[in-house]
Design a binder for this molecule. Structure first.
Ligand code: GLC
Length: 594
């Protein structure tokens, strides 16, 4: 019967998804093969500046991370990626690297780093570093040598004379804009040329047309693998290459996008010459090759690459590799961040919206690859602030229940939310480059506030009288100590979800998902010979009854509740029939077949 139905669906829809007035049903990812460590890993992003301060200066550091490895272990995390920890003047909080081979003094030393790797290894945790290939700091010795045109460094960065206009004023080489507002070209008096910086003025773009730069950045990767890292999150990937100048040495202007009339805003232009070039994809393939070669020679587990790109999905998917070449194992799936309402506020998104987001990735992912789910990071608003605080557990349940890799940003396990930060306290260059009237559109500080360890001073983050960003006052109840002691909490549920992901059915099982109606999202995971699991979530603020999940997902028979959020107002172990469900507003249940 199931087979006949599927055949019918396939014939009618000629595709993996079929919408009807009732429901969207998608049936993807059959169980197969074995899984490498990263495919079933629980990844956790640490923003080191805000994780744990060990020396009382108000800034997180490596010893702080070391002191909290047991917390990560207890959470069930198996690998953690750290935002940059390298020497930096902190113009973009570490994404402006002055020395790719050393540690930022306020975070610690190379010795601390080696200690971190050893301590993590003892606990079976893998450490992944942020690799920032597109740019360095202007305080990097490479840039200073390039400014002086020292031999071998003349073309390490993208330099250009610009043009003199009719009145003899110097003009930048093109209309290109930086991500943080304003021209992407900055005049350097000493060298007498403009340099390209697609991020802040203090972040000059490295020149990937120069083989010496390519070789240097490969040395960076090897250096950190030699120190024991398990892979890299690659930063700002789409920007690595820009178009070559024409035969007269001119860079073409980018066309207007029509999205905004603010000429300083990066989205004023369509970035057809400065982002998403094919050469960039090939570069990632080269880095994957380097990692695989390293493993072949030195042994150990697979080293992974995670790619940060918010590009169109057809470009993102290329990073997985093609039938001849391997790419990154984890091109970040940001669909839960960029998808939905488009205004980054998804608090009203209905079940169809959720299915659309899930399906956007699943239907375009090349066969044989592993999905991944990123709900937030240090550049985005917190999940609870984007999807609504009553959906915090629901979103964690969803992330853990979907097939493939799960990646959590620090604090999401506690349900941390955004903190509105005054202009005076604002630190993010994306906001500081604007003005007090509009900075809130650009600021990334609200999701970067210090982590909440306890209800003590500074949320147990630091003993300093002042922390680098203010602490969200809700720390008194939203913190590790309080949530660990409570009978039920976001943290407790999160830990149970991490455990649930260990089940064979969740690791290997097939996935079928559907919007049953506007309210109800349902996902079934099944594997032959194993119990089946179904996630049922009422994503809206109205209650529903008479919901039939069973016939849409082929989930007849008896089920009992395995995990649930408090909004569900039921209990673990309660029996459930999936053909006639009543669900309270925002209720989410994971049920197990009996
Ligand atoms: C990435 C980082 C972001 C940084 C930018 C420039 O998007 O996540 O924080 O500002 O790249 O390196």
């Amino acid at each position: 019967m199931e087979y006949l139905y599927k055949l019918l669906v396939t014939l009618l829809c000629l595709g993996p998804i079929c919408w009807s007035s009732q429901a969207a049903v998608v049936d993807l990812e059959r169980a197969s093969g074995s899984r490498d460590w990263w495919q079933v890993a629980q990844f956790y992003q640490i923003y080191p500046r805000s994780f744990k301060d060990s020396n009382g200066d108000g800034i997180g550091d490596l010893q702080g991370i070391i002191s909290k490895l047991d917390y990560l272990k207890d959470l069930g995390v198996t690998a953690t990626w750290l935002s940059p920890i390298f020497t930096s003047p902190m113009a973009d909080f570490g994404y402006d690297i002055a020395d790719f081979y050393d540690i930022q003094a306020e975070y610690g030393t190379l010795q601390d780093f080696d200690e971190l790797i050893a301590a993590a290894k003892e606990r079976g945790l893998k450490i992944i570093l942020d690799f920032v290939p597109n740019h360095s700091s202007d305080e990097n010795v490479w840039f200073q040598k390039s400014v002086r045109r020292e031999k071998g460094y003349e073309d390490y960065y993208v330099w250009h004379d610009g043009y003199l206009n009719a009145t003899g004023d110097r003009q930048p080489p093109s209309n290109w804009l930086q991500a943080f507002r304003g021209s992407a070209w900055e005049w350097n008096e000493q060298r007498g040329q403009y340099y390209l910086h697609q991020f802040a003025v203090k972040q000059p773009d490295l020149n990937y047309r120069n083989p010496a730069v390519v070789a240097q950045m490969k040395r960076v990767l090897t250096y950190w693998m030699d120190r024991g890292v398990a892979g890299f999150r690659i930063d700002a990937v789409p920007w690595c290459f820009e178009v070559l100048p024409d035969s007269e040495g001119r860079y073409p202007d980018e066309p207007l996008s029509g999205y905004t009339d603010d000429p300083d805003d990066s989205s004023y232009l369509k970035h057809i010459y400065t982002q998403d070039l094919p050469e960039t994809v090939d570069m990632v393939y080269q880095w994957r090759q380097l990692l695989d070669d390293y493993q072949r020679v030195h042994g150990g587990d697979t080293r992974v690459l995670m790619v940060e790109t918010y590009s169109n999905l057809d470009y993102v998917m290329q990073f997985y590799g093609d039938h001849t070449t391997k790419g990154a194992q984890i091109p970040f799936n940001f669909q839960f961040i960029v998808g939905g309402q488009g205004d980054k506020n998804n608090t009203q998104m209905n079940a169809g919206g959720f299915v659309k987001i899930i399906n956007s990735w699943m239907s375009q992912m090349p066969a044989g690859q592993t999905a991944n789910w990123v709900m937030g990071n240090h550049d985005q608003r917190r999940v609870g602030s984007r999807y609504g605080e009553q959906r915090i557990d629901l979103m964690n349940m969803l992330q853990m229940f979907l097939p493939g890799v799960s990646i959590t940003y620090q604090g999401e396990e506690l349900g941390m939310t955004d903190l509105d930060i005054s202009w005076e306290d604002t630190r993010d260059p994306a906001a500081c480059n604007s003005n007090p009237e509009i900075y809130e559109q650009f600021t990334r500080d609200p999701a970067r506030t210090p982590f909440h360890w306890s209800s003590e001073l500074n949320a147990g983050f630091s003993t300093s009288s002042k922390t680098w960003l203010p602490i969200n006052p809700n720390y008194v109840s939203v913190n590790v100590a309080t949530e660990s002691a409570a009978d039920s909490s976001h943290l407790k549920l999160y830990k149970q979800l991490v455990q649930l992901r260990q089940l064979k059915t969740l690791q290997y099982g097939a996935t079928r998902y559907a919007a049953i109606n506007d309210n109800v999202l349902a996902i079934k995971r099944s594997l032959s010979g194993q119990q089946s699991y179904v996630l049922v979530a009422n994503v809206l603020d109205t209650s529903v009854s008479g919901v039939d999940v069973a016939s849409v997902l082929y989930a007849s028979g008896n089920y009992k509740i395995k995990l649930l959020n408090p909004e569900a107002k039921a209990s673990v172990g309660d029996s459930v029939t999936l053909n006639n469900l009543t669900l309270q507003p925002y209720a989410a249940l994971i049920v197990e077949s009996v």
